[in-house]
Design a protein around this ligand. Structure first.
Ligand code: AMP
Length: 219
């Protein structure tokens, strides 16, 4: 089962991805998480990637594609994966197909979560993240608060606000997303892989609702 999650930052790709990962017993692979671990290294490339992340722009494809290829070649991916945050442009989408083709695999579905920018900015301002690399649970102070304020329900770590979750960087990340996503959405629409779920306030669709919808797609 090869699932790609597409959507702007803050649309809930990570939360839905984690739920589905437990349900389907396949890894949730977040490109942003891969970068956050990678950037802790003090290599030249890691420092370069950090510059792009802090600016809210895309890390060059050369670094990104190499990291994702390594991850997709790991053993736990044999049964499938939920890919979150990759691809983010058509060049990366081509690269993904090339990597999968080598393994005799192809994408089953591209889930596109769509939410207006003003709602995204509001959501991200309420996002809290567990910094424990083994956990990385995501909370929202309004929709999914931790049981104890500021503490991760799962591992007890002190929750943080991600350094790129400030409004200025979020606006840049959204701009970056809109610049590259239209072409990518068309790319997957043409391949009849795109499954769009609208998440605006009126639609009242929750994270659980999205996970449920994707689950029933595979039944
Ligand atoms: P995310 O956690 O998905 O919002 O990603 C955080 C940051 O990591 C982004 O703002 C980018 O700088 C970088 N990043 C994540 N995924 C990609 C990608 N597919 N291509 C290039 N940069 C990425």
């Amino acid at each position: 089962m090869e699932i790609v999650m597409l959507g702007a930052p803050g649309t809930g790709k990570g939360t839905v991805g984690k739920l589905l990962s437990k349900e389907f017993e396949i890894p949730h692979i977040s490109m942003g998480e891969i970068f956050r671990s990678y950037c802790k290294k003090h290599t030249k490339l890691a420092l370069e990637a950090t510059k792009y992340m802090n600016a809210g722009t895309l890390v060059p494809d050369e670094i990104t594609c190499k990291l994702i290829e390594n991850r997709l070649n790991e053993e736990d991916v044999e049964k499938g994966f939920i890919l979150d945050g990759f691809p983010r442009n058509v060049e990366q989408a081509d690269k993904l197909q090339e990597i999968l083709a080598k393994k005799g695999k192809e994408i089953n579905i591209v889930v596109h979560l769509s939410l207006p920018d003003d709602e995204i900015i509001d959501r991200i301002s309420k996002r809290r993240t567990c910094p424990n690399p083994e956990c990385r649970e995501i909370y929202n102070l309004e929709f999914r608060p931790p049981k104890e304020e500021g503490i991760c329900d799962l591992c007890g770590s002190k929750l943080i606000i991600r350094s790129d979750d400030n409004e200025e960087t979020v606006r840049k990340r959204l701009k970056t997303f809109h610049e590259t996503s239209e072409e990518l959405i068309e790319y997957y629409k043409k391949q009849a892989l795109l499954y769009t779920i609208k998440l605006n306030k009126e639609s009242n669709v929750t994270t659980m609702g999205v996970a449920e919808e994707i689950r029933s797609y595979f039944e």
